[in-house]
Design a binder for this molecule. Structure first.
Ligand SMILES: Cc1cc2nc3c(=O)[nH]c(=O)nc-3n(C[C@H](O)[C@H](O)[C@H](O)COP(=O)(O)OP(=O)(O)OC[C@H]3O[C@@H](n4cnc5c(N)ncnc54)[C@H](O)[C@@H]3O)c2cc1C
Ligand code: SF4
Ligand code: SF4
Length: 1020
């Protein structure tokens, strides 16, 4: 089937694209790059679809089904594409429900039900339910990405499934399109419509026919998601799908992974939001004891009135150690460790959570837990957490632990293929022990985490899929399956079948039930229109032709302009140690391996706190997502974009299209679990692209701004006319591409670098080197030429704090100021940026070597010295400079901690107005926002509040460009501008030049740099 579909003729593909374009209102994506972006999900697989269709509504889906049926092209439905087993990877037409089909159709608080479209993301539903005191409790880790349609497709399960069950326990109904185009309503069997009843009777007869086999072979655990739910008519689950034992036909579709019908809407059973939670963190001296205790701990939830045991989650030693190494998580994880167990070094901890109406009702459960552990020979092992804040922090660490593990560099990666086997709790300890042995035998190791309460522990051995990974995967899977059989568990307990575990369905259920599954598939989808070859007639899990990194995978040799050697490494699967930078064998010298760090987990499809990814947040388009960009680059670098070979692919327009809306905010550098740094990749890409296609006049004007600023400032009145005369602005837009709807930064005849006051307030190089408390102020182009007040203010603050201030200058003065090179980098002129970087190093190294801080004002400029400076390949002491480079507020906080700023703090006057802070994206990427809040907190009576915002949308020159103006404003309107408008009296602090400009343009408010606010509040 795969060959047939993959080989679908251009003629058929052409007809399909044409009919979809003409007959529907949806988006029709058939270019090689578009198809490539939908060829993968969070699994190890890759298959080029024939095309991609993004419907605007249900009518579009219906039409697409008809067209595909006519042309015999299968359909692969898709939500967020976060499946781990290749469920959304297929050679047919991929239908992406996530972009438009995401409405909440109805909420009935009294009945506690909601009706939703399949593309709605779980977190977005829960945000709408919160005011009703309700939630949808299948709390998958991917709650910010997973769509309800995808969750139903996979029969997803959350951390709290012990209390609430899986998806199947919480779906009340589904409207679905069948292969013949009919719309069938699936719900209670007793009230089924004639169409649904016919299907129900068919499945009931099958279940009766196979009753003995079902009883004998069906795993008797809560977590079993393989195959079709034939057991709706003969319950085998620990928790019946309906409490009253009735049958709901919608449950047949849950877990069917898009192979039986396309969901049009789902009716969901909602739960009351738990009002209170308490957490007991149980520390264990051995991993075995942790596993063995789970069966006893879960009994604490039995017969609980007014509450429940809602989670028992595992964090093992490796994750504890990784968290302890991370400065952001170490303080939190320490709060969870008991000094009585292994001297505060437990082999594992279990997070035991109780939920209910009030804390008072729950604290006795913690005492019962303490007693239980005492009885099990572990007195003093429980750390009790009653307050919400420490609990929340610890759950964050539990999630982040996995992320740290996933960020391993090198070709060996933790691979998900047996990561959700579920075994009865009594056997959990023996099972994990035995599987650990299996890993050892195959030269690998696993880190264990997740849902101990339901016997589903996640573990991913590290395998190198480009080399011997596939054969090891099979060998480990076979041994693991024997263990699962021995302990009467479920091979697929959470993540479904897809391409990875389809072949294990027959192994799990036996040939007769497998045959029954085939009959269900044939009855509902006789022509194999919906995701063929999955649970029925599946491929081999280790079929290399289906893999993202088959042994034939080759990277095109490329000489990158930045230094990517840190990614060009290999790793040891047992110790996880990586080899020396530059030894990984990447023909693109590390660039390809950096790009391949994206494992497609889809975490960048997020809308919650954090920066990543502003262009996706406003477009919801896979192309404008970090994942889409990484996939585009990977396909280009490995010669997989049809019709484009070698360097031509990297410098092609299709890659440019994907990179165009990347604002270089570095949100992904921080928020992406594997640290994909798309901002840096954009610099690399632009270098190659511009080398081939040439720089525009606009590129040059932006990049070379630091070079001509001095001359331009002399012409300030003339140049500023552009902001006063619309005609000139329009002319400039036409000639240069700067939006006429924007003002441009105003030139100042009197700027920082030509003001004599500057020189007599500041010190020479020699003076600062000799000073007791010296500091170097790095004044960037923007604050120097356009907003000199900020630089002056910084001098005033630093002097008032008792520092001798030297303004950084070139070592060999040529009349120009010292420049970090940011504007050149942003335009792809990396060679020129390197020249600037060399000057910076020459000038600043003597200070850095003396431990003198280099303090800057503009986040994007100063943080260049901590980031890009290190990948310019200078080898001239740049690391020393990076260590000493800090933003003004970072410096002030550091000095305050050393007890040197008491006088400065005491002299600040109150502000008497509300205070809002917008953090620059690069500040967020470098964890440099909290220092501003700390500094603002020094202002008497001030209560600074951080605006939860992504990128402001201006992003250097991005928002000034006519082609990006609209997207730029949409980014600003996401949260920043509404938050500013909502507080008309507030002083808004924003350190970024472009952020201030955006706030000015969008909200007509003057935001200030923190230096100016502080200086204004100082006496004199
Ligand atoms: C880091 C990470 C953590 C995860 N944690 C969990 C977890 O805690 N629990 C868990 O259960 N899973 C987890 N998963 C797996 C995955 O996130 C979930 O299964 C999720 O619910 C899938 O949602 P999605 O929108 O991405 O669906 P997709 O992956 O897009 O699709 C899932 C299935 O549903 C089908 N489908 C989608 N839309 C429709 C439709 N309209 N009609 C019919 N079929 C449709 C697809 O064809 C596919 O078979 C995790 C994955 C990752 C990468
Ligand atoms: S870019 Fe990062 S967050 Fe996005 S899918 Fe790739 S690895 Fe996940
Ligand atoms: S740098 Fe910003 S815009 Fe670009 S991919 Fe990363 S998060 Fe998205």
């Amino acid at each position: 089937m795969y060959d047939r579909v993959a080989g679908v003729s251009n003629e058929v593909a052409g007809k399909l694209a044409k009919r979809l374009s003409v007959q529907t209102r949806g988006e029709v994506l058939f270019s090689p790059a578009d198809r490539g972006r939908y060829a993968t999900d969070a699994s190890i697989y890759q298959q080029m679809p024939v095309g991609v269709f993004v419907p605007t509504d249900a009518a579009d889906v219906r039409l697409a089904i008809d067209i595909c049926r006519d042309l015999s092209v299968p359909i692969v439905p898709r939500g967020g594409g976060t499946s781990q087993c290749g469920q959304t990877v297929g050679a047919g037409l991929v239908i992406d429900h996530s972009q438009h089909m995401r409405r909440v159709l109805d909420v009935n608080p009294a009945e506690r039900t909601a009706k939703v479209e399949p593309g709605l993301v779980l977190d977005h539903l829960n945000a709408q339910l919160k005011p009703h005191g309700l939630w949808y409790p299948v709390d998958v880790s991917t709650s910010a990405q997973a769509t309800l349609g995808g969750m139903a497709g996979n029969n997803s399960c959350g951390s709290r499934s012990i209390a609430y069950g899986n998806m199947v326990h919480n779906v009340l109904g589904a409207e679905a399109w069948m292969a013949d185009g009919s719309l069938v309503e699936f719900g209670a069997y007793s009230q089924a419509s004639p169409d649904a009843l016919a299907i129900g009777d068919f499945v009931r007869d099958l279940a009766m026919e196979h009753a003995d086999e079902i009883d004998a072979r069906w795993p008797k655990v809560l977590r079993r998601v393989a195959g079709y739910n034939l057991d709706i008519f003969r319950n085998q689950n620990q928790k019946p799908y309906n409490a009253d034992g009735s049958v709901n036909l919608a449950h047949l579709l849950v877990g069917s992974e898009g192979t039986l019908a396309l969901t049009r809407s789902l009716t969901l059973r909602l739960s009351e939001l738990p009002r209170a939670k308490v957490l007991g963190v149980v520390n264990f001296p051995t991993f075995y004891q942790a596993m063995d205790s789970a069966q006893h701990i879960v009994k604490l939830g039995e017969g609980m009135s007014g509450g429940c045991l809602s989670a028992v989650e595992l964090v093992d030693r490796t994750m504890i150690e990784l968290s302890l190494k991370n400065p952001a998580f170490a303080p939190t994880i320490r709060t969870a460790l008991s000094p009585h167990i292994n001297g505060g070094k437990p082999a594992a901890v279990l997070l035991v959570e109780f939920s209910g109406a009030s804390k008072a009702d729950l604290t006795h459960k913690l005492r019962e837990l303490v007693d239980l552990m005492g009885e099990l020979g572990l007195p003093g092992s429980v750390v009790e957490m009653v307050d919400d804040a420490p609990q929340k922090n610890l759950w964050e660490v539990r999630k982040a632990g996995l992320n740290i593990m996933m960020s391993l560099r090198g070709d060996g990666k933790p691979v998900s293929f047996i990561e959700d086997c579920a075994v009865p709790l009594v056997h959990l300890a023996e099972y994990t022990d035995a599987l650990t042995e299996v890993f050892h035998r195959h030269g690998s190791r696993g880190t264990w985490y997740a849902h101990a309460s339901v016997g589903t522990l996640h573990v991913r051995p590290i395998l190198d899929m480009r080399r011997d990974g596939a054969s090891k995967m099979r060998a480990i899977a076979e041994e693991a399956s024997e263990l699962v059989r021995k302990y009467k568990g479920a091979y697929s307990g959470e993540h479904g079948d897809g391409l990875c575990r389809g072949e294990w369905v027959e192994w799990q259920f036996g040939p007769r039930i497998n045959e029954a599954f085939a009959r269900i598939k044939t009855r509902l989808d006789p022509e194999g229109l919906f995701s063929p070859n999955r649970m029925v007639d599946p491929p081999k899990m280790d079929d290399a032709s289906l893999m993202r990194f088959p042994p034939t995978y080759k990277v095109v040799p490329i000489q990158p302009v930045l230094d990517w050697r840190a990614w060009d490494v290999q790793n040891d699967p047992v110790t996880e140690q990586t080899s020396e930078p530059g030894t990984g064998g990447d023909p693109a010298l590390g660039l390809a391996k950096a790009v391949e760090m994206c494992n497609n987990n889809g975490h960048c499809r997020k809308f919650d706190a954090g920066t990543m990814c502003p262009s996706y947040r406003v477009t919801r388009d896979e192309k404008h997502l970090t994942r889409g960009r990484a996939n585009t680059l990977r396909l280009a670098l490995s010669g997989q974009i049809e019709g484009l070979a070698g360097q031509d692919a990297l410098t092609s327009e299709v890659v440019m299209e994907a990179m165009d809306l990347c604002v270089g905010c570095k949100g992904c550098k921080r928020d992406c679990p594997t640290g994909v740094d798309m901002a840096k990749m954009k610099v690399e890409f632009l270098h190659h692209y511009k080398a081939k296609h040439g720089f525009t006049l606009k590129d040059r004007l932006v990049a070379q701004l630091p070079d001509y600023a001095r001359t331009a400032a002399r012409l300030a009145p003339l140049l500023n006319l552009r902001n006063r005369m619309l005609l000139l602005a329009k002319l400039a837009e036409k000639l240069l591409g700067f939006s006429a709807q924007r003002s441009l930064p105003e030139w100042q005849s009197r700027h920082f670098f030509n003001q004599p006051s500057q020189t007599h307030q500041t010190a020479s190089r020699e003076q600062v080197l000799a000073a007791e408390r010296g500091v170097v102020l790095f004044v960037d182009t923007f604050n120097g030429y356009f907003e000199a007040d900020n630089a002056q203010a910084a001098v005033k603050v630093l002097r008032a704090a008792g520092y001798t201030v030297h303004v950084a200058t070139k070592l060999k003065p040529d009349g120009q100021h010292l420049c970090c090179g940011r504007t050149y980098l942003a335009s792809g002129m990396v060679e020129r940026a390197r020249e600037k970087a060399r000057e910076v190093v020459q000038s600043l190294l003597p200070f850095a070597e003396r431990g003198i801080a280099i303090v800057g004002l503009e986040p994007s400029c100063l943080l260049t010295l901590r980031d890009e400076l290190l990948v310019m390949g200078l080898n001239a002491g740049e690391h020393r400079i990076a260590e000493q480079s800090m933003l003004l507020e970072e410096f002030l906080v550091r000095e305050d901690r050393a007890g040197r700023l008491d006088a400065l703090k005491a002299s600040l006057k109150p502000l008497g107005r509300p205070l809002l802070l917008h953090g620059h994206c690069h500040q967020k990427a470098f964890d440099a926002v909290s220092p501003i809040l700390t500094v603002l907190g020094w202002i008497p009576e001030a209560k600074p509040r951080l605006i939860e915002s992504s990128c402001c949308g201006m992003a250097g020159s991005f928002g000034y460009e006519a082609s990006h103006h609209e997207v730029s404003m949409q980014m600003a309107e996401l949260s920043l501008l509404p938050a500013v408008r909502a507080e008309p009296d507030a002083v808004v602090v924003a350190d970024g030049t472009s952020c201030r400009h955006q706030i000015h343009d969008g909200a007509q408010r003057e935001a200030v740099h923190v230096s100016r606010l502080l200086a204004d509040l100082l006496p004199g």
